[in-house]
Design a protein around this ligand. Sequence first.
Ligand SMILES: Nc1ncnc2c1ncn2[C@@H]1O[C@H](COP(=O)(O)OP(=O)(O)OP(=O)(O)O)[C@@H](O)[C@H]1O
Length: 550
Amino acid sequence: MKALLTFRKLFAQQARGLALALLLSLIAVASGVALLGTSGWFITAAALTTAGLAFNLFVPSSMVRGFSFIRILARYGERLSGHNATLKLLSDIRGWLFARLFPRLPLRDRSLRHGDLVSRLTADVDALDTAFLVAIGPIVAAVIIGLTLTTVLGFLLPLAAIVYGLSFALAVIVVPVALVIASRTAGKLNVARAADARAAVLDGIEGHADLTIFGVLGTAQSGFTATAQRLSDAKGQLSTLTAAAGFAVQALAAIALIGSLWLGLQALSADQIDGAVLAGLLLAILGSFEATSAIVRSVGKLTTAMAAAERLTAIAEGPILVSDPVSPAALPADTTIAVNGVSFAYDGGAPVLSETSLTVAPGEHVAIVGPSGAGKSSLLSLLLRLADPQAGQITLGGTDLMALNQADVHRSMALLSQDSPLFNDSIRANLLIANENADDDALWDSLSSAGIADFIRALPNGLHTVVGEGGRTVSVGQARRLCLARALLSDAPILLLDEPTSALDRVAEVGFFETLRTAARGRTVIVVTHAAIPDGSVDRVVTMGNGRLV
Ligand SMILES: Nc1ncnc2c1ncn2[C@@H]1O[C@H](COP(=O)(O)OP(=O)(O)OP(=O)(O)O)[C@@H](O)[C@H]1O
């Protein structure tokens, strides 16, 4: 519940729409109760009056029509305003979540799988709509109806008011609270297992080719069936608890009805109440319990919403690894990079860099080589300020990186990483990410420099060709060249390249380094590579080993 309260400010922004929905839901339930009550009174009174001659049929029949009309309109309006406010609320929650997620990427909690994150951003946010739409609103409406009917009964049948009031309070407050307490674990399990199932689907789709080739598709399928079974067990647990609560509410409705009937008949024989009024009251009691069955169904979902809220706040309140300074320094014009005695480890782990130092002059092309795991990519991350060193200092033009805004640092450095992605969009749109103002000439220049212009020219749709999810419709080597073209298109004076040739054959690799030499002339280049670097393609090669440059 505490996690759900994190969203109270966003709920408050939609307070008007939600309050209107609540008011209309109240009117709908009240008209339903009044409709049944009036009908019971009307039919009984008409039957008790000889041939209906002495009974004014006009007023009650118009009341019945009026209440049913009001009920229909109120229900329609409630759905309209409730859903409208809830959809706005969900969109606010998504915006809120994304704003908190981005500064926290990459997440410190490495156990968070891709599918799990997707699940949190979609299904968990959706689960929050139940918090108001199907739980809080109906409960508030039912409490008001229950209090009103208890007061009316208090005047007409005081003893029945006690029986009804107690039964209704148990049905609307005690049973839902007990259901929430009893189904907390089942709610959490539901959300976690639904996320497992989504992650398993994503893993299966992504790894389908490898699973087929290694002949383990059957094993993967049975793993997925077991995941689906665990989800269905969790759903089953929740449904059983909800059904038990539903039974308790129906039993309380029966107690309220039979108790009121018994007390009402005694009052009738003692001439303390009119028969028609009694029939109306009994039907109104029945009508008021209709509101409670919706509550039980929705409260069952409330625990799922609470668990979803906990998962969302877990990522939204996670630690921010790198933050901007309060009063940032201006970005210096000088692009000299100086790494001075930097030591770095990931989140309390083993040291990755130990007192590393390196100076790269503006326009210099430097290659960093060394064994796998030596810390080369980590050094690039520190240069981009995706993490901060625990000791030492990195400066850009003499200014400490930690004194600069991250956005300024990123404006001066373009990155081609080992896994730079192509987005499911046109080649043009993929390139413009690096420089949205670039014209077609600039696009073709960068494509030529990356050695892929001829291939694009030969495509029927040229720059407008859509590359598919993750660049599936082009080869891995072509995708790398498109990413290089994107890096070259940016205005950044410093290019950081991490294993840019990992997907290229030797001929293409040699061609790539030659291209880089000329295409990035005038810019600083730091390239991390395992490739044998052709002579003359960089100014300097430094070797990294055991977290130090040697
Ligand atoms: N995000 C991370 N969290 C924790 N440890 C990490 C993280 N990224 C890398 N490491 C660890 O830091 C060490 C250095 O990794 P890094 O990727 O910098 O090496 P590398 O020299 O670039 O290796 P490769 O040539 O294989 O790409 C490795 O032991 C790796 O396991």
